[in-house]
Design a protein around this ligand. Structure first.
Ligand SMILES: [Zn+2]
Length: 329
């Protein structure tokens, strides 16, 4: 075939039109497990920043976005950046950005949503691969599942998907993005960030950030118990020290720029940052329930953003620019 991506896209479209919503959802969930296995494979060798494994992961993610028909936000899916390591050396990182236009009138000027997950992990150390299945192939695959859903059911607001690089080296990808955002940070209504959402050792998924934006707890609380997943709130109070997750993943640069955030993740487990964080330890029942919950949460926040301002500063809400009306059914 001369135009393989086009043929793939057309056959994917044809296939999805022939499926019932339940079949489509089942396929998206099966695909999420496949994505985790692929990203956490030996071939990708732990996806350390600026390695062959990282490049393979990037190629894979870009091909998945193309397959879904999700376009880059600018000329390229990749935002390259340079950063300084904790040891003082210079390194290169590459974020991946894709955009889904919102469905409502005036979406171009309305607040937008950034849904993110870091795709890098620790790579190889002392001859051992740190696979990073939960951390954070699980979050990346969840973003892809949401992107899949949003291709057939448009969100109201513009959505930007970002796969950050070099999170493990000090949130360098998200810091680089925040220093050079594609869309001004003022316009971002909320950052929804996933980091480790696949291990349901206790059946619990945490939503962190509602301490700073209390309305988010009210909005998301009804999702508790979705497909057996217990949704917990917390890990976001400054007095909790290292149990406060506000500074621990890529939502931090958004938080520092005054952007409301909600971060979903599980508590640390025995395989956290260990070679044992492998795909076979992802609990499919929990993970697929979590992916479904995160998809519902994303739509719910998209709808809520039509009428609710998540942005609070010094106890005062900041007025949102007036924007389109709800056009969903
Ligand atoms: Zn992580």
């Amino acid at each position: 075939m001369k135009n393989k991506p086009l043929v793939r896209l057309l056959s994917a479209l044809l296939f999805s039109y022939c499926m019932t919503p339940v079949q489509a959802q089942e396929q998206t969930q099966a695909q999420a497990m496949l994505d985790v296995k692929k990203l956490a494979s030996a071939e990708m060798a732990g996806r350390a920043t600026d390695t062959k494994g990282s490049e393979l992961a990037r190629d894979y993610l870009i091909s998945r976005l193309q397959q879904l028909g999700v376009r880059p936000c600018s000329d390229d899916y990749v935002q390259a950046f340079e950063f300084q390591t904790r040891q003082g050396g210079k390194r290169n990182g590459r974020n991946i950005l894709a955009c889904r236009p919102g469905g409502m009138n005036g979406h171009e000027t309305a607040p937008m949503i950034v849904i993110s997950a870091h795709y890098d992990h620790l790579g190889e150390r002392a001859g051992q691969i740190y696979y990073g299945a939960d951390d954070n192939a699980s979050g990346v695959a969840a973003v892809l599942a949401i992107a899949t859903a949003m291709q057939s059911q448009a969100p109201q607001h513009d959505v930007m998907y970002i796969f950050f690089d070099a999170e493990e080296l000090g949130l360098n990808g998200s810091r680089a993005y925040a220093a050079k955002p594609l869309v001004e940070m003022q316009r971002v209504g909320i950052n929804i960030n996933f980091d480790m959402v696949g291990r349901g050792d206790k059946g619990e998924l945490y939503a962190s950030g509602s301490y700073h934006t209390p309305v988010l707890k009210t909005l998301l609380a009804p999702l508790d118990g979705n497909q057996g997943v217990k949704l917990r709130f917390g890990h976001d109070r400054p007095e909790q020290g290292t149990d406060d997750w506000t500074k621990q993943s890529d939502h931090l640069p958004f938080f520092l720029a005054g952007v409301p955030h909600i971060y979903f993740g599980v508590e640390d487990h025995a395989d956290y940052h260990q070679p044992g964080d492998t795909a076979d330890k992802i609990n499919p029942q929990f993970y697929l329930g979590a992916v479904d919950l995160l998809t519902k949460a994303s739509y719910l926040l998209d709808r809520a953003l039509l009428t609710t301002n998540f942005r609070v500063k010094d106890g005062q809400t900041i007025a949102l620019p007036a924007h389109g009306k709800d056009v969903s059914k």
